[in-house]
Design a protein around this ligand. Structure first.
Ligand code: DAH
Length: 352
């Protein structure tokens, strides 16, 4: 052995150590390499153990050659450790990465109540014919809810419409009996008294009746009233308008018909039917096997009612109609229980 041979072996040791450090893929592997090369029983120690065979003056030379080898291996270990840590961090970041390009969860923004949506749709259709929506109060006078509409105190139809009284007269002259309106028809009187013909209005809103509640009756429900007053207004205009309405809401092929009806505030009065939306006219339980469904009441405004509204029946004619918003919405959405509308059940509201 001479110095040159030690030098070759040291270089070989360094090359092998550096190559295996570069290939190591874990801190544990580095640990093993470190102890195999530089440890107390490692290769470097073993190699230097042979130094005794050299002449005394050569030994420091080998020592001087060994030091940079040790340093180079230590440095390679340190660098590889840092490299492995960075790889591990990279891998973790990749594994735990959030995809920020995924769309966020949409926020629940709410929606129109099916009754409101139906009301707006009806108003939109009649709006195309020049009808405007006006408000009319829910607390109404006996006079406007009944008397002015040609329903005197002893009229039998009051029995059907008995209602919830808010205030009974206590005898003073200015006293009025107040009640929760049983229909939106008092809106007709208010519209006639509040403006001049031509009049085309809709008065939508809540109505109340002293009613036994079931799947098709609520004590609180919704109507939309329509009124047109002008010179030369006829039943044919009413028919054309209601046909257009039925076709807009229930399809252009929907069959329609007028049947004779009775209301104290119209003469003549009609019931307006559409072909059953369930069986398309075949006959089914929903239409009581008739093939028809009544969706509203209507007629030519009674001359007495025109006069009560301050309108001259010799000069003007009018027609009026009234429909249950709940009923229309039930047909539109195939809802079978009217109580669902006001039950505040989110499952019902979200499904529509
Ligand atoms: N007010 C009626 C009701 O509550 C509905 C109605 C029928 C209104 C005929 C009208 C009409 O304007 O002409 O049942």
């Amino acid at each position: 052995m001479d110095v040159a041979s030690f030098n070759r072996q040291l270089q070989d040791l360094q090359d092998r150590a550096v190559a295996s450090i570069a290939a190591a893929d874990s801190p544990a592997a580095l640990e093993a390499i470190e102890s195999a090369m530089l440890g107390r029983k490692g290769e470097l120690k073993g190699l230097l153990g042979g130094i005794g065979q050299l002449p005394a003056e050569d030994r420091p030379k080998v020592g001087a050659l060994a030091n940079p080898v040790r340093t180079a291996i230590e440095q390679a270990l340190a660098e590889r450790r840092v490299g492995l840590e960075a790889d591990a961090l990279d891998a973790r970041l990749r594994a735990e990465a959030e995809d920020v390009t995924l769309p966020g969860r949409p926020r629940w923004r709410g929606s129109l109540h099916p009754l409101r949506e139906t009301e707006r749709e009806i108003a939109r259709v009649f709006g195309q014919f020049g009808f405007v929506v006006v408000d009319s109060p829910e607390v109404e006078s006996d006079e406007l809810n009944f008397e002015a509409l040609n329903i005197p105190a002893d009229h039998p139809s009051r029995d059907l419409w008995d209602t919830i009284y808010v205030r009974e007269p206590v005898g003073r002259e200015s006293d009025e009996r107040l009640l929760l309106r049983t229909h939106t028809s008092p809106g007709q009187i208010r519209a006639m008294r509040g403006s001049e013909p031509p009049i085309r209005v809709l008065t939508p809103g809540r109505c109340y009746r002293y009613e036994a509640v079931d799947a098709s009756h609520g004590f609180e429900f919704f109507q939309i009233e329509g009124l047109m007053v002008d010179e030369g207004t006829t039943l044919a205009h009413l028919r054309g308008l209601l046909d257009a309405f039925a076709h807009a809401l229930f399809g252009a092929d929907r069959a329609t018909r007028f049947r004779p009806g009775y209301y104290p505030f119209t003469e003549p009065s009609v019931a307006f039917d559409i072909g059953c939306v369930v069986c398309e006219g075949e006959g089914c339980p929903a239409c009581k096997r008739s093939g028809w469904m009544t969706i509203l009441g209507a007629g030519m405004v009674h001359p007495v009612v025109l006069r009560n509204g301050g309108i001259d029946p010799e000069r003007y004619q009018g027609f009026a109609f009234g429909m249950g918003t709940d009923r229309i919405a039930m047909l539109r959405y195939a809802i079978t229980d009217i109580r669902a509308f006001l039950a505040d059940d989110m499952r019902f509201l979200e499904r529509l």
